[in-house]
Structures are given as C-alpha cells and as structure tokens.
Ligand binder design. Structure first.
Ligand code: ZN
Length: 94
C-alpha cells in the first residue's frame, strides 16, 4: 500500500538540515562529525525543540520543510548550537 498514511515529525528533517548547514561553518571545523556525534546532536536538538507532527503518505516521508519564519529558524539554530556544544564537550566515544 503505497498510499498508506504515516506520521512524521517535520522538525526532524529541519534539524538534520540545520546540522548539515552548521557543520559547514568554519566555527565548527574542530567539532567531531562522526555519525555517533551527529546523531547525538540531532537527538539532543529534537529534545529541546517542540515537535511538528504532520500526516503524510509513505512516498512523501522525506518532507522538505520551508522555515516559514525567521523566529523559527532562529529557534532551530539556537537548539542545534546548544546541542553541538554539549556533545562536543562530552562525546560518547573516546
Ligand atoms: Zn564523534
């Protein structure tokens, strides 16, 4: 059933996008970007931010989110900055 309805948290793809963007900045050159740290940063950011659930179809699971307001963009960036700092100071690996 390709049109089966599923629930997605749109905030997740937004955060993943924001992390990718921030990782390209010079400021984060020294930050560990391994998959473990990246996922920890995403998880932590998602725990800080409010979820944005939406109903969609299986085929549209990858939702591209337009950051509609500057305020929302600022909130997402702020949470990701915070998460990068926490994970970088205390990576879950040696
Ligand atoms: Zn790492």
């Amino acid at each position: 059933m390709e049109n089966e309805l599923i629930l997605v948290n749109k905030m997740e793809s937004t955060v993943r996008q924001a992390v990718e963007e921030l990782f390209k900045e010079k400021e984060y050159e020294s930050v560990c970007k391994c998959s473990r740290c990246k996922l920890d940063i995403i998880a932590l950011s998602l725990n800080i931010l409010p979820p944005k659930y939406a109903v969609t179809t299986q085929g549209n699971a990858v939702v591209s989110v337009k950051l509609s307001s500057d305020q929302w963009r600022a909130d997402v960036s702020m949470a990701v900055y915070k998460a990068i700092k926490i994970v970088n100071n205390n990576p879950r690996h040696s």
